[in-house]
Design a protein around this ligand. Structure first.
Ligand SMILES: Nc1nc2c(ncn2[C@@H]2O[C@H](COP(=O)(O)OP(=O)(O)OP(=O)(O)O)[C@@H](O)[C@H]2O)c(=O)[nH]1
Length: 753
């Protein structure tokens, strides 16, 4: 029977339909891409969360950061494992059953040494060379030992240190020489299981990650207990391992003499082997169903297949007649084994390796989703909290601003009232003091001497006495009351303004603690005011001519004024009643003219101070009263003169001096009443305005602090908004990665998520 070797050992049946081994490659590439993407995602998430944590402490807790860091490490580890992930098949069997020959047949050339007797001393893992060169690396060494052929390999293995049966030697073979190797299949040859007692160690050390186990048995003998025990161990350590049983040396069985005569004897033997294998796999190991056994147990001749493939490779015809009968059937069965093996190892490897990775990946992105969701919600909460805080601050600030305007207006009015009140009080008190000035001057008891020099000193002292007295009296009358009013006003200010300050700043003192308590200063510079005072202390007879004239003029003026008042229509009801009567008008006019004439005479006599006036007056009097009366009057006049002249003593001069001083000082002090009261009210205004300005400053500073807080909150809110967007994007991105894993599961693991 002709066999189409090219078809059977070629790459996939169709370029469009990938072979089972290529599916593994595709799955590996795809899951690797997903993990690289997830690795970048987790790395990015960690870096961003570190930023968030630095800029907004409290948004992320340490556990979350640690978890993200842990996931980053896990993903990095998986990525590294993924690059090394390959399909692995482990061959077991007793010595000389043909394990190495089967591997060589599958590789299509003699890679591993084989021969009669115990040839494989340790575990040999054949895998594709990443460099394209053939070399081997022994366990615990990084040294590459170049090999070109099986002889070199055998030599290298035998020339190396005494290899322990448990040790693993990696044999890297060019990938382009073998499809299995280029498709990431690693084939592990083992020492005969009948030569060692350390089965557990072997499994744990080299087979725990094998996707398929191949038991190579010799058809000449039955399944030994050693072989059975070994696979019992394997199935105990691994859950439902995929096990193939290859009944090797089927060519030798076909060439045995007893089978030549009996055509069906080999079939009977095959059935017996099959029955025993079924019992072993289905009943003992329970690793497959009876239906699956036909695709797990094969009758082959590895030696023939290897020989055929080597010769085919070297350009010789496949069946050159040297091979035993039934070669084609055995060859086809070997190919069937390879097909089933490829299907199984691909499925198994995808399942055992990538399912686990995919589940880990999904778990990581799910946890990342949870973390990002928690962080996102926490940021949202903080954003809402900060927004509420900002709203409250804004409200508070608005209230402060409105209240500040209102209180400022109130306090302006209050201060103005105080100022007016102080002005009135000071003015009234000063006027009172001016009225009582004579008492104050009388109290001055420095000895009076009319001499000029002494008098000058006397005046200076008197200025001081008056000034001190008035000021003292004003202070006594006003200071306490004013201080009390100012204090009350300041308290009112503090009460009102402190409501605009934070609770911890409400205990305030507007006055400078190092300053003396406020007191109104009264400035009455008498020495300056009265320095133009010039006393008149020359003797003046009170009935002297000029005095008399003055008195008469005063009297006349007074009478004249009185008559004008009486004659005015508004003050004379009679005149008013006969309004327009010419008679009474004429009489009035005559009286007025007479008075005017006397006035003019007196004025003339005063004005001339002299002889003519006196003569006229004396003539008139002489004519009117007679000379006796004149003499009598003259005598009395003289006596009065003498009396007054004698009474003009120093005491009288002092009295006169003080009277003149009081008169002068009164005039002067009255002239500064308005200025003094304004000066005092200005002091009060200054004091209260300064106090209010301090309070205003405090409130203003507090408002500025609030404003600063609002600016900070604004900055924090905008930062939190940015971070919440970051967390949201990261959360959504984790969902995208989860979808990628689910798509991978559906495509390669037939898992419906
Ligand atoms: N006739 C025949 N001989 C075979 C077959 N397979 C292997 N042999 C021979 O059996 C002998 C042992 O083969 P190996 O492949 O070295 O056996 P092994 O199981 O690897 O032996 P160890 O490495 O010692 O454990 C060699 O001489 C092979 O040529 C086969 O299918 N038919």
């Amino acid at each position: 029977m002709a066999v189409n070797i090219n078809r059977t050992i070629g790459f996939g049946d169709s370029l469009l339909t990938p072979s089972p081994l290529q599916v593994f490659g595709q799955a590996k590439e795809q899951i690797n891409n997903i993990f690289v993407d997830v690795q970048n995602y987790v790395h990015d998430a960690y870096e961003r969360m570190i930023d968030v944590n630095n800029l907004c402490p409290g948004v992320i807790n340490e556990n979350e950061l640690d978890s993200i860091l842990d996931y980053r490490t896990q993903v990095r580890g998986i990525c590294e494992v993924l690059t090394r992930d390959q399909m692995k098949v482990a061959f077991f069997g007793r010595t000389s059953n043909g394990k190495s020959t089967v591997i060589n047949a599958m590789l299509g050339e003699k890679v591993l040494p084989s021969g009669r007797g115990h040839t494989t001393n340790c575990f040999l893992q054949v895998e594709g060379s990443p460099t394209g060169d053939a070399y081997l690396i022994t366990e615990g060494s990084n040294e590459k030992q170049n090999i070109e052929s099986v002889t070199h390999l055998a030599h290298a293995l035998s020339n190396g240190k005494q290899l322990n049966e448990k040790e693993l030697v990696h044999v890297y073979w060019p990938k382009d020489k073998c499809r299995l190797l280029s498709d990431d299949v690693a084939l592990v040859d083992s020492p005969g299981i009948d030569v060692t007692q350390h089965l557990d160690d072997w499994i744990d050390a080299h087979c725990i990650d094998a996707d398929v186990f191949v038991l190579v048995v010799n058809t000449d003998s039955l399944l030994s207990n050693t072989e059975k025990n070994f696979f019992h161990k394997v199935s105990t350590n691994l859950s439902k391992p995929t096990i193939f049983i290859l009944n090797n040396r089927w060519d030798a069985s076909a060439n045995e003499p007893e089978f030549i005569d009996k055509f069906n004897s080999q079939e009977q033997e095959r059935e017996q082997h099959m029955e025993r294998a079924t019992d072993f796999l289905v009943k003992e190991l329970k690793v497959c169903t009876p239906e699956e056994v036909v695709s797990r147990v094969f009758f082959i001749s590895a030696k023939e297949v290897l020989q055929a493939r080597v010769e085919e490779h070297n350009g010789f015809p496949l069946n050159n007649g040297v091979l035993a009968d039934g070669f084609d059937a055995r060859y086809l069965e070997f190919e069937e084994f390879e097909r089933r093996f490829e299907e199984c190892i691909s499925k198994s490897a995808i399942k055992t390796k990538f399912l686990n990775h995919s589940q880990q990946g999904k778990h990581i992105v799910k946890e990342m989703h949870k973390i990002m969701e928690t962080i996102y919600k926490r940021i949202q909460e903080q954003t809402n909290l900060k927004t509420c805080q900002k709203y409250e601050l804004q409200k508070k600030l608005n209230v402060i601003e409105q209240q500040l305007i209102s209180i400022t207006n109130q306090m302006k009015m209050k201060i103005q009232q105080m100022v007016d009140d102080v002005k009135d009080k000071v003015s009234k008190a000063l006027n009172d003091e001016i009225r009582r000035l004579s008492v104050l001057v009388d109290e001055f008891n420095l000895p009076f001497q009319p001499e000029e020099l002494v008098l000058n000193v006397y005046k200076i002292e008197l200025h001081s006495h008056v000034e001190a007295g008035v000021v003292s009296n004003l202070r006594t009358r006003l200071s306490t009351a004013l201080a009390k009013h100012i204090d009350q006003c300041q308290k009112e200010m503090i009460d009102k303004m402190s409501t605009l300050l934070p609770d911890d700043e409400q205990n305030i003192n507007v006055t400078n603690p190092h300053r003396e308590p406020f007191e109104v200063l009264f400035s009455l510079p008498c020495d300056n005011l009265c320095d133009d005072f010039h006393e008149q202390l020359e003797f003046k007879f009170s009935w002297g001519l000029s005095k008399l004239v003055t008195r008469v003029l005063t009297l006349v003026n007074w009478s004249h004024n009185q008559s004008r008042v009486l004659l005015s229509p508004s003050h004379n009801p009679l005149t008013s009643a006969v309004d327009g009567s010419f008679n009474s008008f004429d009489q009035n006019l005559a009286v007025e003219n007479n008075l005017s004439m006397i006035s003019r005479v007196v004025a003339a006599s005063v004005g001339t101070q002299g002889t003519m006036g006196g003569l006229v007056l004396a003539g008139l009097m002489l004519k009117t009263v007679g000379w006796r009366l004149i003499i009598a009057t003259g005598t009395i006049y003289g006596v009065l003169y003498v009396y007054e002249r004698l009474s003009w003593t120093t005491k009288a001069k002092e009295r006169e001096f003080k009277r003149q001083y009081v008169e002068h000082a009164t005039t002067k002090l009255r002239s500064i009443v308005i200025v003094t009261s304004a000066y005092c009210s200005h002091q009060v205004q200054q004091e209260l305005s300064t106090s209010f300005a301090r309070l205003f400053q405090l409130v203003n500073e507090s408002a500025s602090d609030l404003d600063g807080e609002m600016t900070n909150l604004d900055r924090e809110i905008s930062m939190l908004t940015r971070f919440s967007e970051v967390a949201e994007v990261l959360r959504n991105n984790s969902d995208l990665r989860k979808v990628e894993y689910e798509r991978f599961d559906e495509t390669f693991l037939c898992v419906q998520n």
